[in-house]
Design a protein around this ligand. Structure first.
Ligand SMILES: [Zn+2]
Length: 189
């Protein structure tokens, strides 16, 4: 609808190959196992693991044979783009702003900064005077949980603010651009 030349963007094209994460037994760190960062066990089933910030490499000498086999049999999930992730998160939200934003995300809108943490702390960074549409929803979402995610999106010539309360429904607002911020966050993607 905005007619800018972004048709090339698609969720499918923006996906990248996933990897398993290196995990090791806390008791005995000599063997490399494969895991996923959100999980408390390796593919072979062992628990009591530490998760490393490195991909699992099935070709090292000290690899767990079961994890190697299982990783080969079930390749890891592809990594979705930040746009697709937010699009998913907005699924339970409601209203025309949510629909507008989801449409822009499908066209590759610029997402970021994306921060998570305590609602009270992050709420301090929300300037309600700048919000043009959706202020009430944002207020409600900020009060809905102790922990939230705060996401800014630029697309279709508008500045969006998204608040996702943990376990709750996300809220979408539109705000005027931040006057103290130089227009550095132009889309470099
Ligand atoms: Zn293993």
């Amino acid at each position: 609808m905005t007619g800018d030349s972004r048709e090339a963007f698609s969720f499918a094209a923006a996906r990248t190959a996933g990897v398993y994460t290196l995990v090791r037994r806390r008791e005995d760190g000599r063997v490399d196992h494969a895991g996923t960062s959100g999980n408390d066990h390796a593919l072979c089933g062992i628990t009591g693991i530490d998760v490393y910030r490195q991909p699992f490499d099935p070709n090292v000498r000290n690899v767990c044979p079961e994890c190697r086999e299982e990783a080969a049999r079930t390749p890891p999930e592809p990594v979705v783009s930040i746009q697709e992730r937010l699009h998913e998160m907005l699924e339970p939200a409601e209203g025309p702003l949510r629909d507008e934003l989801r449409r822009l995300l499908r066209a590759g809108a610029h997402v970021g900064p994306w921060t998570g943490g305590h609602a009270q702390t992050l709420a301090e960074g929300v300037v309600f005077d700048r919000i043009i549409e959706g202020a009430d929803a944002i207020r409600k979402a900020l009060a809905a949980a102790a922990s939230i995610e705060l996401i800014r999106v630029k697309g279709g010539g508008r500045n969006f603010l998204v608040v996702v309360p943990r376990g709750g429904s996300p809220a979408v607002a539109v705000q005027r651009p931040d006057p103290d911020q130089s227009p550095e966050t132009r889309d470099e993607a």
